[in-house]
Ligand binder design. Sequence first.
Ligand code: ATP
Length: 421
Amino acid sequence: MWIGIDDTDSPKGMCTTYLGALLARRLEESGMEIRSLRLIRLNPTIIWKTRGNAAIAIEAEGDPDYAFRIASDLIEVLADLSCDRTNPGLVVCDGDRPPAAFAEEAITGFCTIEGAIAACKSVGARYALWKNGRGIIGAVAAVAAELEDATSEYLVYRDLRRHESRRYVDPSSLRLAEEMTYPGTWDTCDPGNKTIVCVPHTPDPVLFGIRGNDPVHVSLARSLVISEIPVLEAIFETNQGTDAHLIAGKIPNLEEGRSYIVAGTVASSPKTGIGGHVALLISDHGYYLTCMAYEPTKGFRDIIRALLPGDTVIACGSFKNGSLNLEKIQIISSPPFRVEDAPLCDICGKKMTSAGKGKGYKCRVCGARSREPCISYQERTLHPGWYEVPPSARRHLARPLCRGEPVTPGFPEDYSREDYI
Ligand code: ATP
């Protein structure tokens, strides 16, 4: 059977992954076999999310009625039901799983509560909703998701009662864990910005989480971390770091709230605005798209600032409020910069000056004239290739480049990459 749960936390505490890990342990203690524990990230632009729009699913062998009862009881006890934004949902399927298309839409787009209930009914699943029941969307999506590309996260939890106290996790042990296991693990630290990424600052039970390619790498990294004594630990199979949210897009057909991989040509010099946010205008067949590299993306903004009109790029990110929030970018071509200057006089060798708009150049010494400028090409510091935001600014779903280049079915829609090379 599959058990799905979502929307149990509030900004003041709790975390659906903690409830999932605890439920898995309770079911195991009752004699059930736990086959997998999943953490599925859904559309990162959803406004109802508390933090990272995560839902959980457990695959287990056992009595579905019993599992449904234990899961309901845990939700009643642990979910912060006093919070307006906490609207749990629970589903238990012991036959077919809901259609994978539901999960795809929940990860890349928008679903409804009615759609989630219909998906439960279509497979005869048991389900329950608390308050407005929005969590049923994430619960069904978590159970329905097909993980074609899967990664792991080793989550370590502290006592719920300590939710407001400072976490103790030794930073040097985290740095060592990353050094020893990268690129099998990633986003434990952000060496470039000298910050720790894997220890949250929110009042929830997560002490730290190690992300990586598989259970072996994350377990090895975890074994190197020194911290306060945890109360619970679990390894989740996830869609984090897989780019599952990206769909192939084409300017100007991008829809608000979806995330895209999209090609274009730099249309004007990037502009740095108030707060250090950088705006990049790209175009495709006469249509324009603004791509944003916000201040938290730190050094990534220097890459964007170094782009010039005419460079060709492939951009990845979420389309929100009419612009694409960059997660990574591929520079396809950044040809040498063409510089036009006044030529040297053929007769006396002095540098000519402009003879007026559209009139070419004139030598102030001997009076000779020339129509043609002197053309030179400046080599660029920016080279073709992929560039990404630093770990501290990375979206949960964004695939780090240490896992390889993005692979997005259907991209480029009716382009070939060769058009740009
Ligand atoms: P939690 O730890 O509680 O899961 P969270 O940051 O993951 O916190 P939630 O509190 O679960 O966020 O809030 C997200 C809400 O949005 C959930 O009710 C979920 O069912 C719903 N939701 C998620 N993805 C979509 C989607 N694509 N379309 C519509 N609703 C969605």
